[in-house]
Design a protein around this ligand. Structure first.
Ligand code: SF4
Length: 389
C-alpha cells in the first residue's frame, strides 16, 4: 500500500509519560533488534510486557504499557521512529523507513531572512530539540543511506551541532549526511574546523549562493554582509577539503545574473562537487513575496539551459531540482532529478496520461494551479528510451 505523504497521524494513544520517542518494529524484528525493548513499540501485536507498548492500524485495541490505535493505516509503518506526547492523540513520524528524505529539523532560528524562505524562522530558543534529536539518532536504522539536517540555520547551534554530527558518525557510520546551511558561520575558522571534522567525509554541506555580486545575494537573503561571509565560509570548506554543494533557487531576483553566477562558480569555486538549480517552493515567504519572485519556468528555461551547460561543459556536476520534465527542453532532462521530498510531492491530474510520470519531479504539495507552469502537458511519447537518465 502506498503511504500517505503526511508525517502525522492521530489515534487513541494511552500510557505515554511526558514526551516519548520510540521505534516501531514487528515482533520478528524486535526480538533481534539492536535496541532495548523499552525503546520498541510492537506493530500489530498484542501486548508483551518486555516492550514499551503496541500500535495497531487495524482498529484493534491491545493491552499494554503504551497502546496506540491509529485512525489511518496509511501513515505509520514498522521501522519508523515516532514522537508521542502524554494525553495527546498525535503520532508524529521523526524518521520514516524507506524514505529518501529523512531530515533532522535542528532549529527554527536563522541568521538570514531569505525572501523566498519556505520555512520562515522564529526567534525562539529551541535548544530543547537537541535532546530529542540525539534520541532520534539512536533509533534510526543502522543501514539508512542518507540523513538530512535542516532548519532554520543548523550552525546556530555551534559546537552542539558538532556533537550531533559526531553522534551520527558514531551510531550511523555508513549513512551519508546532508546539511543545509547558509555557510555564513563557517567564516569562523575554529567553528568551521570543528563542524567539518565532526561531519567527516560522508557529509555534504549544501550552501545557497544567489548571485555573483554581494548586493543581489544580500538583498535576497535580507542580511547585509552575508555574501562575503558565505564566500569566506566556502573557502573554509575548500581549506578542509570538505564536500560542498551550491544551491540556487530560481526566481525573478536570482535569474537575471544566473549565467554570470554559473561563470563565477566555475572560476571561483571549482572545488564544489555539485551545483543544484532549484525551482521555487511556494511556501512561507515565497508565497507572501510572490509578486517579487514568480516567473513561469517556461519563461526562464533558456537562461537555465545556458547556466547548466556552462557548468556541465566544464566538468562540473549539475542538477535541476523541483521542475517538471514537460517544462524543460529535452536537452536538460539528463540533469533533472526527482528532488521533492516524498511527503510533500504530488502530480497533476494530467500526469496520469504522461509516459514519464515515474521519472518526473512533479510538484510541491503547496503548488496550487497558480504556481504551476502554463506549459504543463503530458508527454505522450519518447523519441528514444534513453531520453531520461
Ligand atoms: S505531465 Fe506531469 S508527469 Fe508529465 S512531465 Fe509534466 S508534470 Fe511531469
Amino acid at each position: 500500500m502506498r503511504r500517505a505523504p503526511s508525517l502525522h497521524a492521530h489515534g487513541a494513544v494511552h500510557g505515554v509519560r511526558g514526551i516519548q520517542i520510540l521505534k516501531i518494529l514487528t515482533r520478528a524484528e524486535a526480538d533481534d533488534a539492536p535496541w532495548s525493548p523499552n525503546d520498541i513499540i510492537l506493530w500489530n501485536e498484542d501486548a508483551d510486557e518486555r516492550y514499551a507498548g503496541s500500535i495497531s492500524t487495524q482498529g484493534k485495541a491491545f493491552a499494554g504499557k503504551i497502546t496506540i490505535q491509529l485512525d489511518t493505516d496509511e501513515v505509520v509503518r514498522p521501522g519508523d521512529v515516532v514522537r508521542l506526547s502524554e494525553k495527546k492523540s498525535l503520532v508524529s513520524i521523526l524518521y520514516r523507513r524507506g524514505s529518501t528524505s529523512n531530515s533532522l529539523f535542528v532549529t527554527e532560528q536563522c541568521n538570514s531572512l531569505c525572501i523566498m524562505c519556505s520555512q520562515p524562522p522564529r526567534n525562539e530558543d529551541d535548544r530543547w530539540r537537541l535532546e530529542e534529536l540525539h534520541r532520534t539518532v539512536t533509533l534510526i536504522d543502522k543501514d539508512e543511506g542518507q540523513l538530512g539536517f535542516t532548519g532554520g540555520e543548523p550552525t546556530l547551534l555551534g559546537h552542539d551541532l558538532g556533537s550531533l554530527l559526531a553522534a551520527c558518525r558514531s551510531l550511523l557510520p555508513d549513512t551519508h549526511l546532508h546539511v543545509l546551511t547558509n555557510g555564513r558561520l563557517f567564516a569562523n575558522p575554529e567553528l568551521a574546523s570543528n563542524l567539518i571534522t565532526a561531519g567527516g567525509s560522508k557529509t555534504v554541506w549544501a550552501v545557497p549562493l544567489y548571485a555573483d555580486v554581494a548586493s543581489i545575494h544580500d538583498e535576497i537573503v535580507v542580511a547585509a554582509g552575508a555574501f562575503d561571509e558565505t564566500l569566506e565560509g566556502l573557502y573554509q570548506f575548500a581549506l578542509h577539503r570538505a564536500r560542498v554543494e551550491i544551491r540556487i533557487v530560481l526566481h525573478a531576483m536570482s535569474l537575471p545574473r544566473l549565467p554570470q553566477l554559473a561563470s563565477f562558480i566555475y572560476r571561483r569555486l571549482p572545488f564544489v562537487e555539485h551545483v543544484a538549480f532549484m525551482g521555487l517552493e511556494p511556501m512561507g515567504f515565497a508565497k507572501s513575496n510572490r509578486s517579487r519572485l514568480w516567473i513561469d519556468p517556461i519563461d526562464y528555461v533558456s537562461t537555465l539551459a545556458e547556466a547548466t551547460h556552462h557548468l556541465a561543459a566544464r566538468g562540473m556536476n549539475v542538477s535541476i531540482y523541483n521542475l517538471p520534465l514537460c517544462v524543460l527542453p529535452r536537452e536538460l532532462w539528463p540533469f533533472a532529478q526527482r528532488s521533492i521530498s516524498d511527503w510533500k510531492n504530488v502530480h497533476d491530474a494530467v500526469c496520469t496520461q504522461c509516459v514519464v510520470r515515474d521519472r518526473c519531479a512533479g510538484f510541491f504539495l503547496s503548488a496550487d494551479p497558480t504556481w504551476r507552469s502554463r506549459a504543463i502537458a503530458p508527454i505522450r511519447m519518447l523519441e528514444a528510451e534513453n531520453e531520461v537518465a
